[in-house]
Ligand binder design. Sequence first.
Ligand code: GLP
Length: 270
Amino acid sequence: MYKIYDTVDEVARYTAQRLLNRIQARPDPVLGLATGSTMEPVYAQLITELRKTPVDLSRLTTFNLDEYIGLDGSHAQSYRYYMCQNLFNKVNIAQDRVHLPDGLVEDVEGACQAYSATIKALGGLDLQLLGIGSNGHIGFNEPHTCFSSRTHVVRLSEQTRIDNGRFFSTRAEVPTHALTLGIQDILEAKEILLVATGRNKARIMAELFHTPVDEALPASALKLHSNVTIVLDREAAAQLPPQVSSGGGLAAAVAGPEISMAEGAVASTK
Ligand code: GLP
């Protein structure tokens, strides 16, 4: 299902509300969290909501999607640091229930297996929050990652290193490898929210809409899942067929744009 809003603020409000709903739906919720610029307003909104209406987060467990290899959690560009700055340090979340892959771990294989296994042991992710890379990656699952993958090491593509280079002072500082939850782990989440904002995401969102399930476009794996919501602002939705409906399913897009267009109703959920 697509949800298309006029502004980034509205995207953040909707997404934060969906996270809150999930958190409140059961006493010990398990969330899959994402990083990136797209999620900053989402977490800011979530914090605002939690200040207005406090919710007990003491039994919330979180698993982040990914982490750079070689960066310590105190490095300003590590995803652990990002999560502490943008969320964990600002809400009453239990720090021992927060999980991120460890970018400095020695037994990488063992740590990867344990990461996926821990999620399973807890009954799986209730909701997985996702951003998207300009090449269609989800987490750090780069194009041609096997859809049956579990947590693993990836070599970052040149495109990803260029895109993420904006956060580092020189290109040489951008890590070459990362740890990421696998596509299969992501697909096992009960519910998935993919969020994209800004005109830089318009091309990949159109490509995702038109591409059938294909390992060359990692996010197309989401077409195999029955409970995915794609939340966009107008800029990110700009290259979608004009009448992609807010209720239109992503799976329907596999068969071609006509289906969603025929449904007619309009994108704006304002
Ligand atoms: C990184 C992360 C992804 C994220 C993507 C988009 O590569 N590994 O999980 O979805 O960036 O980031 P942004 O929101 O900054 O465009």
